[in-house]
Design a protein around this ligand. Structure first.
Ligand code: HEC
Ligand code: HEC
Length: 286
C-alpha cells in the first residue's frame, strides 16, 4: 500500500514536470533545458551588451563597437527573424552595415532540433567570417563578400551563450504573424512593408491595464513622456509601435539595451493586448 502510494506520487510528479514546460522534451540536451531564452533574446540583439552578461574585458569589444551591425544577429536576420522575407526587405546595405540575410530563421529554428540549431549557429556548413577580417573597407558595391558572411560565432560566444540563443529562437521569440498583419511588396533591397491589424484578436482593455502597470510610469498615460524615441522628433510610444511593430515586441520582452527600459515578462496574449491598446491613436497619439 505504501509502495503504491509512493508510486502514485512519483507518477504525478513526472506528469506535472512534463506538463509544466511544453518547450522542452526529455530527449533534449541538458544544456538546452537549462538555457535562458530571455538572455538569448538580448544576445540576439547585441551579444556584447552588459545586460546579456558578456565579458566586458573581451579584447574584441572595440571591434564589435566599431562595426556593430556586422556582428548583431538582428541586423542580418531582423527582429522578426525573417531576414529579407520580412520587415527588413527594404534595409539595404551601407558601408557600415551589411546585407540582410535571405534565409528564414523562424522556419529554420522551428523545424530544427535544438542540437541542429546549436550546430548551425556555432559552425554551420557555409564559410563563416573570421574575427580577424577587416570590416573597415566594406563596400556594398565592390567589397561585400566577407562582410556579408555570418561571423564565426565559435570564436565569439561560449557554448552556454549559444544555447541561450537556441532557446530564444525556439521558445521565446514571438511569431510576429500572431501579433500583426504585414504586406511585403517588391524585392530586397527596395522592398516595402505595410503593417495593419496590430494586436489582431487581442483585448484592448486588458492591454490598457498592462500598459498602465508596466509602461506608464516612464512613458506617461499617453505614451509621450519619453520624448523623441529612437532619436526621431515627436516619436511617441504609440506611434513607434504602430510604425515598427516588428521591433517593439522584441524591445518590450527583452529590453531596450543600454537604457533603463529593462525586459518585461510578457506572454503572447499580453503582447497582443498591448498592441491592440497602442493601436488607439486617441489614447496614444502620434
Ligand atoms: C553579417 C550577417 C549575419 C550575422 C551578423 C548573423 N548571421 Fe546568421 N546567417 C547569415 C547568412 C548570410 C546565413 C546563410 C549562410 C550561412 O549559413 O552562413 C546565415 C545563416 C544562419 C543560420 C543557418 C540557417 C539555415 O537555414 O541553415 C542560423 C541558425 C543563423 N544564421 C543564426 C544566426 C544567429 C543566432 C546570429 C547571431 C548570434 C547570426 N545568425 C548572425 C548572416 C548573418
Ligand atoms: C523604466 C522606464 C521604462 C519602462 C518601464 C518602459 N520604458 Fe520604454 N523606454 C524607456 C526609455 C528611457 C526609452 C528610450 C531609450 C533609448 O533612447 O534608448 C524607451 C524606449 C521605448 C521605445 C522605443 C524603442 C526604440 O527602439 O527606440 C518603445 C516603443 C517603448 N519604450 C515602449 C515601451 C512599452 C510598451 C513599455 C511597457 C511594456 C515600456 N516601454 C516600458 C523607458 C521605459
Amino acid at each position: 500500500m505504501k509502495f503504491l502510494f509512493q508510486l502514485l506520487v512519483l507518477v504525478s510528479f513526472v506528469l506535472i514536470s512534463c506538463s509544466s514546460d511544453n518547450t522542452t522534451n526529455p530527449s533534449d540536451p541538458q544544456a538546452y533545458t537549462t538555457a535562458n531564452g530571455i538572455k538569448g533574446g538580448m544576445l540576439y540583439d547585441k551579444f556584447w551588451s552588459t545586460e546579456s552578461g558578456y565579458d566586458q574585458t573581451n579584447p574584441n569589444i572595440a571591434k564589435y563597437n566599431a562595426s556593430g551591425d556586422f556582428f548583431r544577429c538582428k541586423q542580418c536576420h531582423a527582429w522578426d527573424l525573417l531576414g529579407t522575407n520580412g520587415s527588413y526587405n527594404g534595409r539595404g546595405p551601407k558601408t557600415n552595415r551589411p546585407n540582410v540575410a535571405g534565409n528564414n530563421l523562424r522556419t529554420f529554428a522551428q523545424s530544427s532540433t535544438p542540437q541542429a540549431l546549436f550546430d548551425a549557429i556555432k559552425t554551420g556548413s557555409v564559410t563563416r567570417r573570421d574575427i580577424s577580417s577587416d570590416l573597415s573597407t566594406y563596400d556594398p558595391a565592390t567589397n561585400s563578400t566577407i562582410g556579408d558572411q555570418m561571423p564565426n560565432y565559435s570564436q565569439l560566444l561560449t557554448d552556454a551563450q549559444i544555447w541561450d540563443i537556441v532557446k530564444f529562437l525556439k521558445a521565446e521569440a514571438f511569431d510576429v504573424s500572431q501579433l500583426y498583419d504585414a504586406s511585403y511588396t517588391g524585392t530586397y533591397p527596395t522592398g516595402k512593408v505595410t503593417y495593419s491589424n496590430h494586436g489582431k484578436d487581442g483585448d484592448a482593455t486588458l492591454g490598457n491595464t498592462f500598459y498602465t502597470t508596466k509602461c506608464a510610469a516612464c512613458h506617461g498615460t499617453d505614451g509621450k513622456q519619453v520624448p523623441d524615441l529612437d532619436g526621431t522628433a515627436g516619436m511617441t510610444a504609440g506611434k513607434f509601435t504602430r510604425s515598427k511593430p516588428n521591433e517593439v515586441q522584441h524591445k518590450v520582452k527583452f529590453g531596450q539595451l543600454g537604457s533603463i527600459m529593462i525586459a518585461t515578462p510578457i506572454t503572447l496574449n499580453e503582447m497582443k493586448n498591448l498592441y491592440k491598446a497602442l493601436a488607439d491613436t486617441v489614447k496614444f497619439p502620434n
